[in-house]
Design a protein around this ligand. Structure first.
Ligand SMILES: NC(=O)c1ccc[n+]([C@@H]2O[C@H](COP(=O)([O-])OP(=O)(O)OC[C@H]3O[C@@H](n4cnc5c(N)ncnc54)[C@H](OP(=O)(O)O)[C@@H]3O)[C@@H](O)[C@H]2O)c1
Length: 249
């Protein structure tokens, strides 16, 4: 990644998962930039809002694949976009779904659910939104991954479904980056690791986080936007942490 500050300024941006802690952080940062003309925020159910006439909202639920295409069709009506951020993800849910501590807890339905939200959903967003990216200059598609998706970095085990789904997402992003760059040579497709961020997703797992290492969504998304601003087409297909370092596969 280049060290120089980038002068790339995305004008039309999409955030999928705008109802989440990290998704909402991205929306806030983007709307705070005068150079941003329009932000589309898509969410599964809860209504997302922002007091700005530059913010358009819509529904997108991975359980309803038609809603992904419908969301892309809506954005397409207004023209190409410079930046798509996918900030959806699932680690635990109120119905008892959660990361496995041991093999004894492996359950095919739970594994499929982790895979649907963390890998299949985001790559279906790529399928429908990558064709909307601007072609003649830099454009970015960034999906929230996680360091635990790194196979070489896995030293403590556990969390089978979430880890495997994020590893699968990383592989699909790399594959998409190769295919997409053939026709969109300036496109950059990356995965992002946000650090440990104080959101609903990390709430039950914050006890062992070292002092100063639990970030606010505001801080983490600001850092990740710096990464998005600086990446170049040579970085496409890779996973980057909030501080710009590359996460190994
Ligand atoms: N927080 C962390 O410490 C941390 C660390 C590493 C990686 N990450 C990654 O960062 C991303 C964002 O996480 P977060 O912390 O912001 O979590 P969050 O606050 O729980 O947000 C998750 C988002 O995913 C959406 N979502 C869940 N199931 C969905 C479905 N079936 N269809 C469409 N959208 C769905 C949620 O929508 P609803 O509002 O409708 O539920 C919400 O917008 C995730 O990919 C996560 O794995 C987070």
């Amino acid at each position: 990644m280049v060290d120089a500050l980038s002068n790339w300024q995305p004008k039309r941006c999409v955030v999928v998962g705008a109802s989440g802690g990290i998704g909402a952080g991205f929306v806030e940062h983007l709307l705070a930039r005068d150079s941003v003309e329009q932000v589309y925020g898509f969410a599964r159910s809860s209504t997302v809002s922002a007091e700005s006439d530059r913010f358009t909202t819509g529904r997108l639920d991975y359980a309803d694949v038609g809603s992904i295409k419908a969301a892309a069709d809506r954005v397409k009506q207004d023209g190409p976009v410079d930046l798509v951020i996918v900030a959806t993800g699932l680690l635990h849910a109120e119905d008892g779904f959660g990361p496995e501590k041991s093999m004894r807890q492996l359950d095919p339905e739970a594994l499929s659910r982790a895979y649907l939200v963390n890998a299949i959903g985001p790559i279906m967003v790529a399928k429908h939104f990558l064709p909307l990216l601007t072609k003649d200059r830099k454009s970015v598609f960034a999906a929230l991954s996680a360091r635990v998706g790194s196979i070489s970095d896995n030293r403590i085990g556990g969390w089978y479904g979430y880890r495997a789904a994020k590893a699968g997402l990383n592989q699909m992003l790399r594959t998409a980056s190769i295919e997409h760059q053939r026709r969109w040579p300036h496109s950059v497709i990356i995965g992002l690791h946000p650090g440990t961020v104080d959101t609903g997703l990390s709430k039950p797992f914050q006890r062992n986080v070292a002092d100063g290492k639990l970030f606010t969504a505001q801080h983490s998304t600001g850092q990740m936007l710096n990464v998005i601003d600086r990446v170049t087409e040579a970085d496409s297909g890779n996973i980057f942490a909030y501080d710009g370092s590359q996460v190994p596969a």
